[in-house]
Design a protein. Structure first.
Length: 183
């Protein structure tokens, strides 16, 4: 069975971002993939200190919960990542995790299988430009992780916790179903 790594990057439990990710996990991913869910808010992440040891040893000197996630990244086929927009970009939790992907960026040969990525985000801002920084950040993530195809699911205009049906009415769920099944 194919593997999916699901990364919850919101500090708020059961908020709009979590609820959309849960929906995708239950309705699409769990039917076709074994999966591991990681809640960044529940793990210890030591921020990257830029020591550059990873460029020489294929390992990170920082010993925390990210080590396990890095191993899961190597073996998964699909990464489902979600973060709400905080001041125009991913949350601090998500950024700390992304920074730790430097070990892959410096050592592109670590990841040999082609992966797919779905990036999910919810924003209060009604202007779609609020997601522009996500696109830039995830171009680097794609490069580091040997991602060949990325699909984004951006839902804007929701600050308060919304009814899941209201959130989903902005989504063509079949589009994501097809993307996941093309692997």
């Amino acid at each position: 069975m194919k593997k999916c790594l699901i990364i919850y990057g919101s500090p708020r439990e059961n908020g709009n971002t979590d609820r959309i990710l849960n929906y995708l996990k239950e309705e699409i991913v769990s039917k076709y993939y074994s999966h591991n869910s990681v809640y960044l808010r529940k793990i210890n992440i030591i921020p990257c200190d830029g020591c550059d040891i990873c460029s020489q040893s294929l390992n990170c000197k920082l010993k925390d919960d990210v080590d396990t996630i890095l191993k899961d990244i190597i073996t998964c086929d699909l990464i489902l990542f979600a973060s709400p927009v905080y001041f125009g970009t991913v949350t601090a939790l998500a950024k700390a995790w992304i920074d730790r992907l430097q070990v892959f960026y410096k050592n592109k040969s670590i990841i040999t299988n082609h992966k797919k990525l779905i990036v999910v985000s919810v924003a209060a801002e009604k202007n779609k430009k609020v997601f522009d920084s996500f696109t830039v950040v995830f171009k680097y993530v794609e490069s580091a992780l040997n991602i060949k195809e990325t699909k984004t699911l951006f839902v804007n205009g929701f600050y308060e916790k919304a009814d899941i049906e209201l959130l989903l009415c902005k989504i063509n769920i079949k589009e994501y179903y097809d993307f996941v099944n093309e692997l």
